[in-house]
Design a protein around this ligand. Structure first.
Ligand code: SF4
Length: 204
């Protein structure tokens, strides 16, 4: 009896091995049809109908008393969590955003200025680096946090807001200033769409 989650690599290997051993040389079509019918109508994954099963005498799962436990469920692997600090720089209602490099993860999408940090790091130390990159002074206001799950990691964003009076000099092309209305229309990536929602909820 297969005691691995059916979609695991080990199960696939084992199933192919058994299949090669058991599949008859003659009447293959009848055999495969019978197996499919058995799986569809009798040996169903939850609550198999063992009392009506034509092969219950041969069933290894039943012999082992595992017919109600099998097939095993695939246990989802936990995904890692990454952290970033996001700085929302507001110049008269327009916010600085940057376009990511065309190649790679989320290529070509827009995002707010951000820096990653380790779980045991203080996000404010990364915030100070962002301040230094833009030549900003003073403090930023923490306005909340958001979370977005990608297929292979979870991203937690610590969000800070900074209002400025003098327009910053930013490189042309990859950086731009957009109003809230425009931000809702451009291709912000998923995590920063949630940052935008937090910005609007904050009422700053
Ligand atoms: S006896 Fe075995 S093959 Fe038949 S329904 Fe039960 S678990 Fe499936």
């Amino acid at each position: 009896a297969l005691q691995e989650p059916p979609r695991s690599a080990a199960a696939e290997k084992q199933l192919w091995q058994w299949s090669e051993q058991i599949t008859p040389v003659e009447n293959v079509h009848d055999y495969t049809q019978a197996i499919k019918d058995l799986g569809a109508m009798v040996c169903i994954p939850r609550k198999p109908l063992c009392d009506n099963c034509p092969i219950s005498e041969l069933c290894q799962a039943r012999k082992l008393g595992l017919e109600q436990q099998l097939p095993l469920k695939q246990v989802a692997k936990p995904i890692p969590t990454r952290h970033e600090v996001v700085l929302l720089i507001d110049h008269r209602g327009r916010y600085l955003v940057r376009r990511r490099l065309a190649e790679g993860f989320l290529g070509g999408m827009w995002e707010f200025p951000m820096l990653s940090f380790q779980e045991d790091e203080d996000p404010e130390s990364r915030l100070r680096l962002l301040f230094s990159d833009f030549g900003l002074r003073g403090n930023a206001e923490p306005i909340g946090s958001s979370q977005h799950v990608y297929s292979h990691f979870r991203l937690k964003s610590a969000i800070y807001y900074k209002k400025i009076e003098d327009l910053l000099r930013v490189s042309e092309g990859d950086d731009d200033w957009f109003s809230l209305d425009k931000l809702k229309k451009i291709a912000l990536h998923g995590a920063h769409k949630k940052v935008l929602v937090e910005l609007q909820k904050s009422g700053v």
